[in-house]
Design a protein around this ligand. Structure first.
Ligand SMILES: NC(=O)c1ccc[n+]([C@@H]2O[C@H](COP(=O)([O-])OP(=O)(O)OC[C@H]3O[C@@H](n4cnc5c(N)ncnc54)[C@H](OP(=O)(O)O)[C@@H]3O)[C@@H](O)[C@H]2O)c1
Length: 326
């Protein structure tokens, strides 16, 4: 395994982060394709065996059960708490009614304690805002986040998909008040959606913010022929909104297959190697639902794509609508 510092922090993370959205009670929340606790368990052990120390979940994934699975697995596997980096998120709706979602002071104070309880830990390494909250002033959010850091409940702050101007504004509010700022950006970046190259990735480079892309394999589209389907694709409603809106997507997938075939490696390994080579990317957050997925991801660390391969993989790209957070 390779390790890197997250952005300009001193925090060392594996260059592959295991996304835990695939693990959670299927009947809870919006991911009917997720694996139940028994089916999920081997992936945590496999990740640890591969040297992965970085795990990403969210309070809203399968309505809290993803956090519970992760926390229980790490405890039962006997992993010393300081040997893993646990990232989770706040923003999504956890219950009906007022204050059941968002980034108000009350929502954050409740959510952080709930996440700590579900994860079975007394601190979160990286606490991320899952989206922008249009109804709460950003100063209220940043002050509450700073307070959970000062209280020792959270070590670092991160953000997820939003407009670059919003991210810059949030950092400015934190800086102006001497509050903790975001050290990472978890955004949507892969060969089928490269819109973040316009504003967000240069902003992160300028600000020393580590980038940890979500769905680096385009939720599986970059791992198999375009028309194929799986149990997940059949019920992944959010995933359906993200891809196939521009004609070039199928062509790019075909090119990934070509490069993979030339090298004799899985398509997933090539698609991930491309994300990993971006200088601002600290660690892509991968999803794994079959035994070979983690090994295929780790193998990407050993691949250095040639200039010709990069050209082949990228030259067919056409601008895409901005999706996934608006
Ligand atoms: N911040 C956000 O808003 C946000 C949004 C989305 C995700 N995330 C985070 O990012 C993580 C990863 O998301 P994701 O699962 O969409 O990521 P992904 O890595 O793009 O897609 C994972 C899917 O790709 C397929 N796959 C992976 N490796 C493969 C291989 N070697 N061969 C064949 N197929 C392979 C599997 O599809 P099948 O299961 O269909 O076989 C797997 O479920 C999540 O767990 C979560 O932590 C965050």
């Amino acid at each position: 395994m390779q390790y890197t510092r997250l952005g300009t922090t001193g925090l060392e993370v594996s260059r592959i982060c295991l996304g835990c959205m695939s693990y959670g009670e299927p009947s809870q929340g919006t991911h009917p394709w997720s694996l139940d606790e028994q089916a999920s368990r081997p992936f945590f052990a496999q990740a640890l065996d591969a040297g992965i120390n970085f795990f990403d979940t969210a309070n809203v994934y399968s309505l809290g059960s993803s956090e519970e699975y992760l926390g229980r697995a790490l405890t039962e596997l006997g992993v010393p708490r300081d040997e893993v980096v646990i990232a989770t998120k706040v923003r999504g709706r956890m219950r009906p009614g007022p204050n059941g979602e968002g980034l108000s002071r009350v929502a954050i104070m409740t959510a952080v304690d709930d996440s700590l309880r579900r994860l079975g830990t007394d601190y979160i390494d990286l606490y991320q805002i899952h989206r922008w909250d249009h109804r709460t002033p950003i100063a209220e959010t940043m002050e509450a986040l700073n307070d959970v850091v000062r209280a020792g409940k959270v070590r670092y702050l991160g953000a997820s998909s939003m407009w670059a101007w919003q991210f810059a504004t949030a950092q400015h509010v934190a800086d102006t008040n001497g509050w903790s700022r975001f050290v990472s950006m978890q955004n949507h970046y892969n060969l089928l959606n490269r819109e973040e190259e316009r504003e967000m990735l240069p902003l992160c480079a300028d600000q020393g913010v580590g980038v940890i892309p979500w769905s680096p394999l385009a939720r599986g589209h970059l791992t198999r022929p375009w028309a194929s389907t799986t149990d997940r694709t059949a019920t992944d409603d959010f995933g359906r909104t993200l891809y196939g809106t521009v004609d070039c997507d199928a062509e790019i997938v075909e090119r990934v297959a070509q490069v993979a075939s030339n090298r004799g490696v899985p398509m997933a390994t090539i698609a991930l190697a491309w994300v990993l080579q971006h200088p601002q990317v600290s660690a892509p957050i991968i999803g794994a639902t079959k035994p070979h997925h983690i090994a295929d991801a780790v193998a990407a660390l050993d691949i250095e794509l040639s200039d010709d391969e990069v050209t082949l993989l990228t030259e067919a790209y056409m601008p895409h609508p901005v999706v996934g957070f608006i």
